[in-house]
Design a protein around this ligand. Sequence first.
Ligand code: 13P
Ligand code: ZN
Length: 274
Amino acid sequence: MKVLEAKFVQGFMRMANDGWEQGWHERNGGNLSYRIRPEEVESVKEELHPGEWKPIGATVPTLAGEYFLVTGSGKYMRNVTIDPADSFCIIELDGVGENYRICWGLVNGGRPTSELPSHLMNHEVKVIATGGKHRVIYHAHSANTIALTFVLPLTDEAFTRELWEMATECPVVFPSGVGVVPWMVPGGRDIAVATSELMKQYDVAIWAHHGMFCSGEDFDLTFGLMHTVEKSAEILVKVLSMGGKKQTIQPDDFRHLAVDFNVTLPEKFLYEKQ
Ligand code: 13P
Ligand code: ZN
């Protein structure tokens, strides 16, 4: 089968375009990766032509030998569906998880996203935490979530609680909460380590003054998670702009919701406010 005809590649392209249409991907902002199933790799094998091994910039032994779809560094999400072979690639990792090689795509040159260390370290943590269920890591520059990082305390507790309060479905969609990474230089191993540490407990990590990372089982769930968090952030921006909350959902309301919706909400997010 041709790479561009494969269902997993079409799902990847649709998600990139959906993010573009949401306004989350100015210029080359944001990036997307998908851990490809062995049978999916097999289905497109005839089109895979491995290039040179290059260092990942992180060590991910759990992912040794795996293949990933990943957007290119400096490439625009808005071009993913228009010029796929120029915009993203399929990479293979070596037997120790230290190097990658491009097997398809980026036909006009280039390399995988500069956030490859964060993507792969997050994938590694999620393979371990979910028994391999999570396959998608998504980074976007979602404006409302970024705006909140200028006014809310940069803590997991503050962000989780405020986002949960803004939409009743939020604690059901992300019951474990969201983590917050303080401002750090992007594109390297240090921010990858900090983010993947949070991904051990959460499916969402917010990068202060930068954007968001989400992890999920498939394209729909991961896009939906990003969309839900960002919409909640948008509501909070509106509420704050209208002078702030006059009433809200209370800790005991969340406890009742948790029982009816069969989710566990950590008590650390249900603190009493002054
Ligand atoms: P890339 O173009 O290298 O993917 O970088 C975009 C970005 O959002 C960096 O955080
Ligand atoms: Zn970014």
